[in-house]
Design a protein around this ligand. Structure first.
Ligand SMILES: Nc1ncnc2c1ncn2[C@@H]1O[C@H](COP(=O)(O)OP(=O)(O)OP(=O)(O)O)[C@@H](O)[C@H]1O
Length: 314
């Protein structure tokens, strides 16, 4: 279990992490999401004792990382795959790590097999692709057979097979009762992998809930409605908090009113409805809604329609 209490990191004028408190429970995959610059890496670095908090604390299984007698056996982390730039082979890199932590050689071979690095284990790490580097970083994280695993953007640079492998691996590790905490910008992947989400924006926690709750709570629940009197139904439904979009001639998408409410309005006014389908919001929509005011770096071109002015124009 990871427990942060009032965890804060200030760099000069910049508050990277502003007094966050959260718990990452064992036995489930917890996703850590947030826009660029939100404070995810800084939080993970503080968990790993790589950055000292300006105030507050963070413990892993009750102790700060540095106070564990055999930290690598307690927590395994992949924080920056590119950080491994060595002229050692992958096997020797892992072997050196193992030797300094009293981890047997047999475990090095095990993690090499587990991460699919068997064919390149005798190759120098500095020639590795991003994806191979990620696999090596994950192998290093798993080396001490730790109870807690922290992975920052683990699927970055992996091919589709690698992405599925990470998904299954972290689910398996959590099913064994381990604590798994991972960040990713890939919403569709997070939706398939995580059980619980912590969302951070501008250094503050903006959501901490099971993934299903985040999707139903923030993504607008919408209902697809087919009727032969779309204009009339639109007029009837119009009201505070209800919005109706026309999609095709007889197809509407209604948000702000549940299917029962729509059916009741239609029935009371004798409007025939021949489809009422609740639509599940995606994690991406829920995430965008949650973080819309927390994004530090906005893109200015949002749709194909917003074409910049011609050169020389204003
Ligand atoms: N060493 C540092 N010195 C000064 N500012 C820093 C330092 N490290 C991080 N920051 C700032 O702290 C804020 C949080 O950064 P952090 O890297 O934790 O965000 P992040 O959520 O991991 O972002 P990304 O998704 O882009 O990786 C950013 O505004 C960043 O510029």
């Amino acid at each position: 279990m990871i427990e942060a209490k009032g965890l804060t990191k200030v760099y000069g004028e910049k508050t990277a992490v502003g007094g966050v408190s959260f718990t990452v429970q064992a036995g489930r995959v917890t996703g850590f999401l947030g826009p660029n610059g939100a404070g995810k890496s800084t939080t993970m670095r503080m968990i790993m004792g790589l950055d000292a908090p300006s105030s507050g604390s963070v413990t892993v299984n009750g102790e700060p990382f540095a106070q564990h007698k055999a930290p690598l056996r307690e927590i395994g982390a992949l924080l920056d795959a590119k950080a491994v730039h060595t002229s050692r082979t992958a096997y020797n890199h892992l072997l050196a790590m193992a030797a300094t932590h009293s981890i047997p050689k047999s475990r090095v071979r095990e993690v090499i097999e587990m991460t699919g690095l068997g064919d390149v284990a005798k190759k120098k790490v500095k020639g590795f692709s991003l994806g191979m580097g990620q696999r090596l970083g994950i192998a290093a994280a798993l080396l001490g057979d730790p109870q807690t695993i922290i992975l920052d953007e683990p699927v970055n640079g992996l091919d589709p097979e690698g992405v599925v492998w990470v998904r299954n691996l972290v689910k398996y590790l959590a099913s064994e009762g381990r604590t798994v905490f991972l960040s990713s910008h890939l919403m569709s992947e997070m939706a398939l992998t995580a059980d619980h989400l912590i969302v951070i924006g501008r250094g503050k926690i903006i959501a901490d809930a099971p993934i299903a709750e985040i999707i139903t709570g923030k993504g607008h629940a919408r209902t697809r409605v087919r009727t032969d009197q779309p204009e009339r139904l639109m007029q009837l439904l119009a009201g505070t908090g209800v919005s109706v979009e026309v999609h095709e001639r007889e197809l509407l998408e209604v948000s702000g009113l549940d299917p029962r409410g729509i059916a009741r309005t239609a029935l009371e006014n004798q409007v025939m409805v021949y489809e009422l389908t609740p639509l599940q919001a995606s994690l991406e929509e829920a995430y965008m809604e949650l973080t819309k005011d927390e994004v530090e770096y906005h893109s200015h071109i949002t749709t194909g329609a917003s074409v910049p002015a011609q050169a020389g124009g204003k």
